[in-house]
Design a protein around this ligand. Structure first.
Ligand code: IPM
Ligand code: MN
Length: 364
């Protein structure tokens, strides 16, 4: 352990740039981190890990033995993207992203859906005041557990099963965190937590979620406890997104509705997420929600705003709330006043210039 890591006031960050455009957007997030740390006077250490498709193709392993243990020593992981054209789909996603979420017990996947000024949404007649809610996605259970199997594989009689697992502990800790988060967020329009599930069909697993939600809600009388079926939620997200404050949902539904949410807020160039282990000493991981976008690699055209937003979330989780707010404000000024579009190649600036623009706005 080096001197910096023994210093409690320093945030220790493991950086996994990953594949495709991942390293390019991560570089911009780190540029913003350097600038904001100088302004607000905190220190941090960075350790780079070259995991991803290239490492896998060279070594045959996604995460080397001991990697998770090593990563668990850090306060946070800053991840670019995984996904490589020469690696079969699922290998890197399961072997890296899902592995880290599970092994590091990052049981909250926090995905804000916020339309920033100047950003185009596909929803006609809706603006930043209408699209501002947060999805709290359970991140360790459900269909993601990998429980299932084949019978008579490859024959006409083949049967496949894929089982969703929900534990009382797993849903309770997520729901409780979501209530606490809704309280902290303190929406001036009223604090409301909406459980999104499918209790009319998933009458076992989502019954457990529903009963747990009902029970925990009594501990938070200042938060309105609300419920939507997931299909209706998709409808309301498009028709009346202003209805929502905070949504708590299961892993699979959370995956789906946050892609919808990502589009409402202007696309994968802006959407960021945090895989959070809120327990003391837990290691959380922050990432832009978009993929590795291989076709844009090395061209300087990819949008780094999502990665910069992910850095703000990292700093918020690490207790540097001032710096997080500073980045949020700077990003809003850049999207509102300096960028032509949030789409790759149409920003009106190169990737590194967008990072520079955000840095220039940090002390305004
Ligand atoms: C996400 C992604 C992942 C998920 C994939 C890449 C495994 O879609 O972070 O939402 O399904 O969780
Ligand atoms: Mn997804």
């Amino acid at each position: 352990m080096n001197a910096a890591q023994t210093d409690n006031s320093s945030i220790t960050i493991a950086v996994i740039g990953g594949d495709g455009t991942g390293p390019e957007v991560v570089a911009e997030g780190l540029k913003v981190l350097e600038a904001v740390a100088a302004l607000d006077g905190f220190s941090y250490t960075l350790s780079e890990f070259h995991f991803g498709g290239d490492h896998y193709l060279k070594t045959g392993e996604v995460l080397p033995a001991g990697a998770v243990e090593e990563l668990s020593q850090f306060d946070a992981i800053y991840l670019g993207a995984v996904g490589h054209p020469d690696v079969a789909p699922g290998i890197l996603e399961k072997g890296l992203l899902l592995q880290l979420r599970f092994q590091l017990d990052q049981y909250i996947n926090l995905r804000p859906v916020k339309l920033l000024p100047g950003v185009e949404t596909p929803l006609a007649g809706k603006g930043p005041e209408d699209i501002d809610f947060v999805v709290v996605r359970e991140n360790t259970e459900d269909l993601y557990c990998g429980v299932g199997g084949f019978l008579k594989k490859g024959t006409p009689d083949e049967v496949a099963s894929q089982t969703a697992l929900y534990s009382r502990k797993g849903c309770e800790r997520c729901i409780r965190w979501a209530f606490e988060y809704t309280q902290r967020r303190n929406n001036p329009k009223g604090k409301m937590l909406t459980l999104v599930a499918k209790t009319n069909v998933l009458t076992y697993g989502h019954d457990l979620w529903w009963r747990t939600f009902e029970e925990i809600s009594t501990e938070y009388p200042d938060v309105k406890a609300d419920y939507n079926h997931v299909d209706a939620c998709c409808m309301w997200m498009v028709k009346n997104p202003e209805y929502y404050d905070v949504i708590v949902t299961t892993n699979m539904f959370g995956d789906i509705i946050t892609d919808l949410g990502g589009m409402l807020q202007g696309g994968m160039g802006v959407a960021a997420g945090g895989n959070i282990n809120p327990d003391p000493g837990g290691t959380s991981m922050f990432e832009p929600m978009g993929g590795s976008a291989p076709k844009y690699t090395g061209q300087g055209v990819i949008n780094p705003i999502a990665a910069i937003n992910a850095m703000a979330m990292l700093l918020e989780q690490a207790g540097q709330t001032n710096s997080a707010a500073r980045i949020d404000a700077a990003v809003a000024r850049v999207t509102g006043e300096k960028m032509q579009s949030q789409s790759a190649g149409k920003m009106g600036h190169r990737t590194h210039e967008v990072g520079d623009l955000v840095v220039a706005e940090l002390d305004n």
